[in-house]
Design a protein around this ligand. Structure first.
Ligand SMILES: [Mg+2]
Length: 92
């Protein structure tokens, strides 16, 4: 079995995050319909789903490896979610 270093895990996470960004931009391009692409929406959504899963998986592995507690992440998510809701309701 090959042991991944922390650096390799972080590089993997960064690569997957980049792939997720590309998949999101592709679907946005389809939705915007200003710059045609041969890729269909269903295919783009499937790719986005795969890349989201990759990021979730790598995030989990990195989190466990570098010792970030899940409850800490959940706490940050809830705080940001509240801030986002507040900004949306204020129109900011
Ligand atoms: Mg990927």
């Amino acid at each position: 079995m090959i042991e991944m270093t922390e650096a390799a895990m972080l590089e993997g996470l960064a690569e997957e995050a980049s792939e997720l960004a590309h998949a999101a931009l592709k679907l946005a391009r389809i939705f915007r319909d200003e710059n045609p692409t041969p890729v269909q929406a269903a295919e783009a959504k499937e790719k986005l789903t795969e890349e989201m899963a990759d990021v979730v998986l790598y995030s989990q592995v990195v989190r466990e490896r570098i010792g970030v507690r899940l409850d800490k992440i959940n706490e940050v998510v809830l705080r940001k979610q509240d801030r986002w809701k507040r900004r949306m309701s204020e129109g900011v």
